[in-house]
Design a binder for this molecule. Structure first.
Ligand SMILES: Nc1ncnc2c1ncn2[C@@H]1O[C@H](COP(=O)(O)OP(=O)(O)O)[C@@H](O)[C@H]1O
Ligand SMILES: [Mg+2]
Length: 249
């Protein structure tokens, strides 16, 4: 059974009203364990709406969504939070770091929802920050960091959960190409280690690094293509494997 299975899924904002928006319009898609899928499309095509639903942050207006065989489309907020906590790590567009918490507490926060004890939370947060090359900023507040550093904190927060699925919404959008390439390489390393990665991007060049590209246009899937292996890469080859991220952005 597929890890992610959506059928005839629609998300309609303001249905029946004058300003109704069909953000997703009858989308069907299945994703197997271990895939690296880029969801690509122009601004407004429905990418974030798709990630919110796939990530159990929102529910569809119509259609079904099975995650690991579990129906998610009629769940309560609390049940969705529980499914998310067990299955999905997120890298949000715009980091979503909490300004009043230190960097390591930001990274540790999702682990509280997984029921991880306090000592282990801190250890795992520090380990993830070290993997991203920013362990020395663990006690800083996020807002004093550069954009690239904040994105690394956001990636650390996602990888600390050790979730089987990682969803990233424009994770390289605000980064220079070098830092962006490093983040992409980290996602690929996680994928090689078994994590299913869903990468949302409006950038075709970045999407081309994924093994599979799903293209959205006006809330519909207009293309679903496997990339041949030799089209994979070059980005990563300039960098050593994940944890050795350079500092100074
Ligand atoms: N909460 C909302 N209420 C009303 N319309 C929304 C809402 N969120 C997104 N939309 C609309 O749905 C469409 C798809 O948006 P979105 O999923 O954010 O696209 P993308 O991430 O590809 O830019 C857009 O027309 C957007 O304006
Ligand atoms: Mg978006």
């Amino acid at each position: 059974m597929a890890l992610i299975e959506i059928k005839n899924l629609s998300k309609i904002y303001g249905e029946g009203q004058e300003n109704e928006v069909r953000a997703l319009d009858g989308v069907s898609l299945s994703i197997e364990r271990g895939e690296f899928v880029a969801v690509v499309g122009a601004s407004g095509s429905g990418k974030s709406t798709m990630m919110n639903i796939l990530g159990c942050l929102d529910v569809p207006t119509r259609g079904s969504y099975l995650l690991d065989g579990i129906p998610t489309h009629h769940r309560s907020e609390r049940e969705l939070a529980d499914i998310r906590g067990r299955k999905i790590g997120f890298i949000f567009q715009g980091y979503n770091l909490i300004p009043s918490l230190s960097v390591w507490k930001n990274v540790a926060l999702p682990l509280t929802y997984q029921g991880v004890g306090e000592r282990e939370r801190k250890a795992r947060a520090l380990e993830a920050l070290a993997a991203m090359g920013i362990a020395d900023r663990a006690d800083s507040r996020p807002m004093v960091l550069s954009g690239g550093q904040q994105q690394r904190v956001a990636v650390a927060r996602a990888i600390a959960t050790r979730s089987p699925i990682l969803m990233a919404d424009e994770p390289t959008g605000a980064l220079d190409s070098k830092t962006g390439g490093q983040v992409l390489q980290i996602l690929r390393d996680l994928n090689r280690a078994g994590t299913t990665v869903i990468l949302i991007t409006h950038d075709n060049g970045i999407a081309a690094k994924a093994a599979r590209v799903v293209r959205l246009s006006d809330g519909r899937i207009v293309e679903d293509q496997q990339n041949t292996p030799d089209e994979l890469c070059p980005v990563g080859d300039n960098f050593s494997r994940a944890p050795a991220v350079e500092r100074g952005d």
